[in-house]
Design a protein around this ligand. Structure first.
Ligand SMILES: C[S@@+](CC[C@H](N)C(=O)[O-])C[C@H]1O[C@@H](n2cnc3c(N)ncnc32)[C@H](O)[C@@H]1O
Length: 186
């Protein structure tokens, strides 16, 4: 069953956790949902789980979603449970040992574990990738794309001024800009 922003907002409001929507690609315009519905993939790979908010939306359209994060995100599992999302495999590479994670930590972790994630992705069959992981290092964004391009359809999030490396890479491969998303198709 399709999950829209309003349903997510209502459920998070009920448990007093609307702050979990922070940094998510899921917004009240339902753009992510609309793009995924239009592309109607069967199996998706997501790079960058965070609180699994976008994962829930992807999983409401796809038969199955593999979602990867460099970090164990404690809220991700709770969110998947809250929305009774069973068609998802959440794969992470390390426990979060820091009380607070800043952008530089994410970059360091990305450099440390990105290749392990890509190796695992190379063993999977999927027909759409959603890239919302490393935002600050051009080389990492490029490697993520190279790991998933075989699927033929790649949607990027955060194609916006705050993330010039994403803009630069998406432009270099001829993505179609879609607001704060960018779409590449073979
Ligand atoms: C902006 S958040 C993702 C938000 C989520 N997709 C959503 O829309 O709800 C970015 C996430 O990417 C993860 N990340 C950073 N570099 C990564 C990499 N190389 N591979 C996988 N995940 C990565 C971070 O740990 C963080 O949880």
């Amino acid at each position: 069953m399709i999950i829209e922003y309003k349903e997510i907002l209502d459920k998070l409001t009920d448990i007093n956790k609307i702050d979990l929507l922070e940094s998510s690609a899921v917004e009240n315009n339902n753009r992510l949902l609309r793009y995924i519905k239009r592309l109607h993939p069967k199996v998706a790979v997501e790079i960058g789980t965070y609180r699994a908010i976008s994962t829930v939306v992807l999983a409401s359209v796809c038969d199955f979603v593999y979602t990867f994060d460099v970090l164990y995100q404690s809220y991700a599992e709770s969110i998947l449970e809250l929305f009774k999302t069973e068609n998802v495999k959440y794969i992470y590479k390390c426990k979060n040992e820091y009380p607070e994670i800043i952008e530089q930590d994410y970059i360091d972790l990305s450099l440390m574990y990105g290749d392990e994630i890509r190796d695992e992705i190379s063993t999977l069959d999927f027909d759409l990738a959603f890239i919302d992981g490393c935002h600050g290092v051009y080389k990492e964004v490029k490697k993520d794309f190279e790991a998933v391009e075989k699927c033929g359809t790649v949607l990027f999030h955060d194609y916006r001024d705050k993330f010039p490396e994403i803009i630069k890479f998406c432009n270099s491969i001829g993505c179609e800009p879609l607001g704060e998303f960018a779409l590449w198709q073979k």
